[in-house]
Ligand binder design. Structure first.
Ligand SMILES: *Cc1c(COP(=O)(O)O)cnc(C)c1O
Length: 364
């Protein structure tokens, strides 16, 4: 029996995608091979990566002056690649400035990594209130190499309510946990990046969408595998790309297109989130710690209203355990914040949210 999987990542994939992949496991497109067995440079693989890129461009409305790269190393490697390619200088020369807005654990990790290669400033943070809101974003100084935000904060469940205006300074965003969940104007960004394992496919592939003028600025000592110009110049095939992951992403994008694309999934995502937040608002047993204008559509943390900390911890542990027994799995909050969290990415049907609410009513 399939469970309702609320994992923050790697996360549930559409059943139709898994079944299609299973049916093609040993022979894809009449080639007599699995995707895992074919050369990434073969005529059999070429249409697979090309289809994935074309669908991503179509569904996200990616303008033609942006490159799409399929890389490895997760979103975390982009924490290094972004500053290395956009702000690092040749030895002896001053580092360029980069702005990071601190909206949570991933945003802070990105800033800490960037500080090795860039002169990082953090003009705004929501740490004062345990990251339960998104702070106002100050305009950057002229000459700043880039401005980094984490659009959806997976652990604390916040999302930027609008795209900040950074003028001529390129805006870079980690969209690992919200890519394709609702329309996003790609042309407002210099770079968008996402680890695939939240809303796109299996772990191991990272999607980078980069404006062409931001390619080619890495200092000469930058390792080849960490340079955007090399990956872009080789069509993501400087070395072996994550072939199977790219194939699954293609199937997920096909599934999404057949559903009606991003506007259609946005409507479903809004319906799911509205239902769940409305339940939390009305519940005498649970609450959402996140300020209303900044609530994520994808990751919804919630806690028990019990005020005694020890009792609360017991209740929450029991909740996660009993929910799993009822077929609602991976509801524990992030190990650093505790509580519970329902990650309801594109692949989570509204029935899963309804089943969770029904369980919460029984548990209460
Ligand atoms: C999961 C996540 C990451 C880390 O992704 P990896 O692919 O494991 O490196 C980074 N940023 C955000 C917003 C995430 O949700």
């Amino acid at each position: 029996m399939r469970v309702y999987n609320f994992s923050p990542g790697p996360s549930a994939l559409p059943l139709a995608v898994l079944e299609k992949a299973a049916s093609e496991m040993t022979d894809v497109n009449g080639t007599g091979q699995s995707v895992m067995e074919m050369s990434h440079r073969s005529k059999d693989y070429k249409p697979i990566i090309e289809k994935t890129e074309a669908l991503l461009r179509e569904l996200m409305g990616i303008p033609s002056n942006y490159k799409v790269l399929f890389l490895q190393g997760g979103a975390s490697l982009q924490f290094s690649m972004v500053p290395l390619n956009l702000a690092a200088s040749e030895p002896g020369l001053p580092k360029k400035k980069a702005v990071y807005i601190d909206t949570g654990i991933w945003a802070k990790k990105a800033a800490d990594e960037a500080a090795k290669y860039a002169e990082v400033s953090i003009p705004a943070s929501s740490k004062d209130k345990a990251y339960t809101y998104i702070p106002a974003a100050p305009a950057p100084e002229a000459g700043t190499a880039y401005y980094h935000i984490t659009f959806n904060n997976t652990i604390v469940g916040t999302k930027w309510a609008s795209i900040p205006d950074t003028g001529a300074v390129p805006l870079v965003s980690d969209i690992s946990s919200c890519i394709l969940s609702e329309p996003l104007d790609v042309s407002r960004f210099g770079i968008l990046y996402a680890g695939a394992q939240k809303n796109l496919g299996p772990a191991g592939t990272t999607v980078v969408i980069i404006r062409e003028d931001l390619i080619g600025h890495a200092p000469s000592l930058t390792p080849a595998l960490l340079r955007y110009d090399i990956h872009a110049g080789e069509g993501s095939m400087y070395n072996t790309p994550p072939c199977y992951g790219i194939y699954i992403i293609g199937l997920v994008l096909e599934w999404l297109k057949n559903l009606g694309g991003v506007p259609a999934i946005e409507q479903k995502n809004r319906e799911k989130a509205k239902l769940f937040y409305a339940y939390l608002e009305s519940s005498k047993s649970f609450l959402s710690p996140v300020e209303k204008p900044f609530r994520s559509l994808m990751n919804i943390p919630f806690v028990s209203r019990e005020t005694d900390p020890d009792r609360r911890k017991d209740i929450e542990a029991r909740f996660v355990r009993e929910a799993a027994t009822a077929g609602l799995v991976n509801l524990a909050g992030h190990r650093l914040v505790g509580g519970m969290r329902a990650s309801i990415y594109n692949a989570m049907p509204i029935e899963g949210v309804k089943a969770l609410i029904a369980f919460m009513e029984r548990f209460a």
